[in-house]
Design a protein around this ligand. Structure first.
Ligand SMILES: [Ca+2]
Ligand SMILES: [Ca+2]
Ligand SMILES: [Ca+2]
Length: 416
């Protein structure tokens, strides 16, 4: 009897354990269902089996978008260069997510000569739009929600008639966010169509835009960003578009001050709201002509080609110049305890701050043999522990003999 009780108790324990495992699996599945992901990889896909799962990813971002159903989805884009144009339509709640503009590139494939007006990479809400000034659209009157995160887009980018949000993106061309007026069929007495306005909104956070912004009929908010060239918003009331604002704060621009342009024949102009923290200055980018938009720093800049940290002879004024309320915790030390402007703000590739003398492990404002000893004592230790980051002088995440060599090369340098 005793042994039977023991057996019963053991069985009971096993059943409880099994139930607990089932419940935790169910909870995991539910969490996964709440944020479904569609995987895209143009190197790992299997022809004929492009299902969008991790095992069988889609081969293009557009294929991933086509697999989105009601309720939206996150399109998880693996590292690589995707030569395509992406049209986002039909379903709201889509996010295109890459692992950062250094590794995930959307390269528009419009020919430069054939369609000069459409030399763009559009994240657009209407697939019929490409190459056309107008197309007949079905129109719900409600903008869909689209997010674009961690991508470099080599050409122009934008959204029209969408609520679009760009975060940690590089736009190699112009960023356009606008509303549109779409045609709605079915007025029997006229046998024709009428126009309906879909205003759209735009949110641009920690992006770097290489050739200005051109917005109209949309309320656009820009934060912690770097804009080369002009930022402007148009009055487009001629097409019965709604009002628009361009609201810019904690942003650097190198071109003229953001303005509104009143189109001919119009008397009103949308608002341009310039908030706190804006600076009009050369952002000192690494190599923008060749697509490297990291901020220069005398104290360390990530070189995406060599995947090492390098130093410049100047330091960008956009480092530590973003919104003081923004999270900066993903930036490597020394990060100035404040987010950087631009596409790499609050990422592991954020340029290092000005407050640190490279090689000064013990923080006495001089690089000498004491720092060599400090670094030697920390060899092999975790960089994330305490102020060990100061000993990872080359920023490769390890404290090893390479760091000692860098310190040796910096001997006798001092704080200014
Ligand atoms: Ca910073
Ligand atoms: Ca020192
Ligand atoms: Ca190191």
């Amino acid at each position: 009897m005793e042994s039977f009780r023991t057996l019963s108790a053991s069985l009971f324990a096993v059943v409880v354990l099994a139930l607990a495992i089932c419940m935790s699996l169910a909870a995991t599945e539910m969490a996964a269902a709440a944020t479904p992901g569609i995987f895209v990889s143009n190197t790992r896909y299997t022809p004929g089996k492009e299902y969008g799962t991790w095992l069988y990813p889609c081969k293009s971002i557009q294929d991933g978008v086509f697999r989105v159903g009601m309720g939206g989805a996150i399109i998880l884009i693996e590292d690589g260069t995707y030569v395509e144009n992406v049209a986002v339509s039909y379903y709201s709640g889509i996010e295109l997510r890459g692992n950062g503009p250094s590794v995930c590139v959307l390269q528009g494939n419009f020919g430069a000569s054939a369609q000069t007006e459409c030399e763009t990479t559009y994240v657009y809400d209407d697939p019929e739009w490409f190459g056309q000034s107008h197309s007949v659209r079905t129109c719900t009157g409600t903008p869909i929600d689209v997010a674009v995160t961690g991508l470099a887009i080599t050409g122009n980018a934008g959204g029209s008639g969408t609520n679009i949000r760009f975060t940690n993106c590089v736009v190699g061309g112009e960023l356009n966010i606008s509303g549109y007026s779409c045609e709605v069929w079915g007025i029997p007495e006229f046998g024709a169509f009428e126009y309906e306005t879909v205003p759209g909104t735009g949110v641009v956070i920690n992006c770097t835009v290489a050739n200005g912004m051109d917005c109209g009929a949309a309320d656009v908010t820009v934060r912690n960003s770097v804009i080369l060239g002009a930022a402007k918003v148009h009055n487009q009331a001629a097409w019965s578009y709604g009002p628009a604002t361009l609201d810019v704060a904690y942003t650097c621009w190198s071109g003229p001050t953001p303005i509104c342009i009143t189109k001919s024949g119009h008397t009103t102009c949308p608002d341009v709201v310039l908030g706190e923290g804006n600076i009009e200055v050369d952002p000192l980018l690494a190599d923008p002509l060749n697509g490297d938009y990291h901020l220069k720093s005398r104290f360390g800049r990530r070189n995406p080609a060599t995947q090492t940290w390098v130093t410049d002879d100047v330091t960008s004024p956009c480092i530590d110049a973003g919104d003081p309320a923004s999270d900066y915790s993903s930036e490597p030390q020394p990060n100035g305890s404040r987010i950087n402007m631009g596409a790499y703000g609050n990422t592991t590739e954020a340029s290092r701050s000005t407050t640190y003398l490279i090689g000064d492990v013990n923080g006495d404002c001089a690089v000498n043999v004491l720092d060599l000893i400090q670094a030697r004592n920390r060899l092999g230790q975790a960089v994330s522990s305490g102020d060990n980051w100061k000993a990872d002088v080359n920023g490769d995440g390890l404290i090893n003999v390479l760091d000692l060599l860098v310190i040796r090369g910096k001997l006798n340098t001092q704080c200014e």
